[in-house]
Each structure stands twice: as structure tokens, then as C-alpha cells.
Design a protein around this ligand. Structure first.
Ligand code: NI
Length: 434
């Protein structure tokens, strides 16, 4: 008996961080395997009946009823259609949050899955289909399974788990608030106060069984900017009679690219400025008074983000001034950097390794897309990771990307996500407290 406990102790500390004991680990793993068919069944249900951001009425109600059935305390609705479940273990420990996003997209599903979405709706005045084209259906199903397994094993929990089922990750409709930002505003990280938060995203281009993560900035902050250049209108044949806002805009647009290529420390983190819109003029032989253009800024580090914003203002106004024009710059901050707390990330890697096998857990390059999980990470340390769902016999180059009509995830990838989330949650609870 003594020998056994010594053996157990050495197993627990092999990673350098305390984890749940191997017996509990084995029990959770077994229950995760048994739960797999249910995860697939739930996912198919949500896939067939997807709902757009801030319109997840049936989805939210389904989740709330399910959690109530498990005996979990439920707050509903939160942030329009969201659900928060609170599961308190009998032993003292930290309060942690696990987050799943629940919304679908205005995409017409192609392909002939038996549970394909036939839902139609009107979005911004256009008729469209609705599809879980980013895999949030799998996030809901995985998190429901985590909730069911952990409520069954409640007596082994040290501390409290908040299950956050969050609407509108893709962005609230125009003129509405929503998503993680609204969840935080409505106090989801308070009462009881959350110490750490975890989330995952399924990926169509990562192989089944693989997990990817990055310490620090993993997904980009997405900010928008617009610039109005004012010159002086003149005849196209006599530009010296006016100030040409189109030529000045062209200079500014090139100038913006040199902020990235010449003034940004790209070995530290990547950054992107893209102009996606430009408007000016009405006729070939009239130099207009004004030009307008707008774009997006992607950054992975908050210090770089602030510097790039300042440089955009400086570059635009000074180039305009040199040409006798003026530039009005407006920058709107959007989703912040999805920043994985480095200390927390390091602590959680062993938990991912147990779920997927260390060979299948990889540190990845940053992604310049954004994810609103970032709003929670602005408030508390958080860890976000990717879970693969690409079938083994497929060339990644041919895989349909997220947000497209052919988007496809293989259900055999869900179990790894379920095991990873269980490990991360329970291992964290078993780590020594600060
Ligand atoms: Ni997504």
C-alpha cells in the first residue's frame, strides 16, 4: 500500500505540476469515451437547427434545461440568449470558467449530411440560410458532456466551475450589443469571482486527435480604421489649381504599409494593415474634393497595437499635410488579442498531453483572425486551444475553411476536445492554490 502511494505520488508530480490523481483521471477518461455517442447526437441536433448571433433562443433554452436536469445552478438568459451554469464541488478550491460559443452564421449549407441545416432567415435585408459553419455546434455538445461528466463526479471537484455558453461570438447584429464583451459586462466573471478561464475551438484543417496552442498572443486583435482625406476640387486638366485627395490617399496607403514593413518589430509578433475599401470621385476629368478609405488592423501584442495606431495617425496626417490636404483618422478598437497567459499555458500543457498524447499537442503559429474569448482574457488569465477535426485521408490544402458552405468537421475529433477540457478543468482544481 505504501509502495503504491509512493508510485502515485511520483506519477502526480512527473509533469512538475500537480494534477488530479490517476484513478480519477482514468474514471473521467472512461466516462468521456462512453459519452462520445451523446456528444455526436447533441452536435447533430444543434447542427440541424442553427441560430444566428443574439438569436440563439432555442439553443439557449435547450442548454439551460439540460443543465437544470443535471442539478446545476442555472442563470438564464445572460447577455441576451446565453446560459451560465454553476457547479460547486464539496471541497475548497478555485473558481474556474469553461466557455463554449453557441451561434451560427448566415451561410447556405451545401453537401448532403442527413442532419444538414435547412433553416432560412433574413439577415441584413437578404434571404439566406443559416449554418453552423464554424463548428460552434461541436463546442456546445462537448461542453454539455463536460457538464454532465463533472456533475456526476461532483464529489471529486475542488472548488467551483462556471459553464459559460456564450451567444454572438461572430458579432452581434448591427446596433446590438452581444458576445463575450456583454457577458463580461453582465458580470459573468463575478459572484463568485473567476480565477481562470478555458476555451477551445474545433478546426476543419487540423487532423483528428491533434491539439494546437500558442503561448502569448494566439489570435489577433481586430481593429478598424477609416481615413477621410480633404483636398480642393479642380478640373482634371489643371491639378495645380486644386489639391488632389486621390493622389494623397495613394501615398497614405503606401505609407501605411511601411508602418508594417519598416517600423514594426516583426520578429516579435506579426502585424497586418489592410485597406479594404476606397471611395472617391464621380467623373474622369474632375479632381474631387474628398477621398475616403477604410481597413483593418491585426496585431498580436498590445504594445505593438498601440504603437501602430499612433503611427497610422501620424503617417496619414503628415503625408496629407505635405500634399496640402488634411486627413481625418478614426480608429475603432474591436476584439482584443486572444492572449494565452504564458504561466497558465505552461501549467496546462501536461493536461493536453494526457488527452491527445504529447506527439499530437503542438505549439502553433499565431492566427491573424480574431476570437472574442479575448474579452475574458482581458479580465482574468485564460487559455484557449484548437482541436482538430480533419479526417485522416484528406489533403489539408483541399479542406473547406471555416465560414464557408462546404465547411466540414469529422465527429471523431470531438472526443479529444472533451478529454482535453475535462483534464484542463480538473487538473487546474488540483493545483496548489496561490
Ligand atoms: Ni468560431
Amino acid at each position: 500500500m505504501k509502495k503504491l502511494s509512493v508510485l502515485l505520488l511520483s506519477l502526480i508530480t512527473v509533469s512538475g505540476f500537480s494534477q488530479m490523481n490517476p484513478k480519477l483521471q482514468a474514471k473521467l477518461e472512461q466516462q468521456a469515451k462512453e459519452m462520445e455517442p451523446k456528444v455526436i447526437e447533441w452536435r447533430r441536433h444543434f447542427h440541424e437547427f442553427p441560430e444566428l448571433s443574439n438569436r440563439e433562443t432555442n439553443t439557449g433554452k435547450y442548454i439551460a434545461d439540460f443543465l437544470k436536469g443535471l442539478g446545476i445552478d442555472v442563470q438564464y438568459p445572460v447577455a441576451k440568449t446565453g446560459v451560465v451554469g454553476i457547479l460547486k464541488g464539496p471541497k475548497p478550491g478555485p473558481v474556474i470558467a469553461l466557455r463554449a460559443d453557441i451561434d451560427a452564421l448566415p451561410v447556405v449549407e451545401r453537401g448532403n449530411l442527413p442532419f444538414a441545416s435547412k433553416v432560412k432567415t433574413n439577415f441584413n435585408g437578404q434571404e439566406t440560410g443559416v449554418m453552423h459553419a464554424c463548428g460552434h455546434d461541436s463546442h456546445i455538445a462537448i461542453m454539455m458532456a463536460v457538464a454532465e461528466i463533472l456533475s456526476k463526479n461532483k464529489n471529486d471537484l475542488k472548488g467551483t466551475i462556471k459553464f459559460i455558453f456564450q451567444p454572438a461570438e461572430e458579432g452581434a447584429p448591427i446596433g446590438e450589443e452581444g458576445g463575450a464583451n456583454l457577458m463580461v459586462k453582465e458580470g459573468v466573471l463575478e459572484n463568485p469571482k473567476v480565477e481562470a478561464i478555458f476555451g477551445l475551438h474545433i478546426q476543419s484543417m487540423r487532423p483528428i486527435g491533434a491539439i494546437g496552442y500558442k503561448s502569448g498572443g494566439m489570435m489577433a486583435a481586430a481593429d478598424n480604421f477609416s481615413i477621410t482625406v480633404k483636398g480642393k476640387q479642380s478640373h482634371g486638366s489643371a491639378p495645380w489649381m486644386g489639391v488632389d485627395p486621390i493622389v494623397v490617399s495613394a501615398q497614405i496607403i503606401n505609407g501605411l504599409q511601411t508602418i508594417i514593413s519598416r517600423q514594426t518589430e516583426l520578429t516579435k509578433e506579426a502585424a497586418v494593415i489592410s485597406v479594404g475599401r476606397i471611395q472617391s470621385g464621380i467623373r474622369e476629368n474632375i479632381i474631387p474634393e474628398e477621398a475616403f478609405f477604410a481597413g483593418t488592423i491585426r496585431t498580436l501584442d498590445e504594445g505593438m497595437q498601440d504603437k501602430i495606431h499612433e503611427k497610422i495617425k501620424l503617417t496619414a496626417t503628415k503625408i496629407a499635410e505635405s500634399g496640402g490636404a488634411t486627413a481625418e483618422v478614426s480608429i475603432r478598437r474591436g476584439t482584443p488579442v486572444t492572449f494565452n497567459d504564458p504561466a497558465l499555458t505552461l501549467k496546462m500543457i501536461p493536461s493536453l498531453n494526457k488527452a491527445a498524447g504529447a506527439d499530437h499537442v503542438v505549439s502553433i503559429d499565431a492566427v491573424t483572425g480574431a476570437e472574442d474569448f479575448a474579452y475574458y482574457q482581458k479580465k482574468v488569465p485564460g487559455f484557449f486551444f484548437f482541436v482538430g477535426a480533419m479526417p485522416p485521408d484528406v489533403d489539408p490544402a483541399t479542406v473547406a475553411s471555416h465560414h464557408t458552405p462546404d465547411f466540414y468537421i469529422d465527429e471523431r475529433g470531438f472526443l479529444t476536445g472533451l478529454k482535453a477540457m475535462l483534464n484542463v478543468a480538473v487538473d487546474y482544481m488540483y493545483m496548489p492554490q496561490k
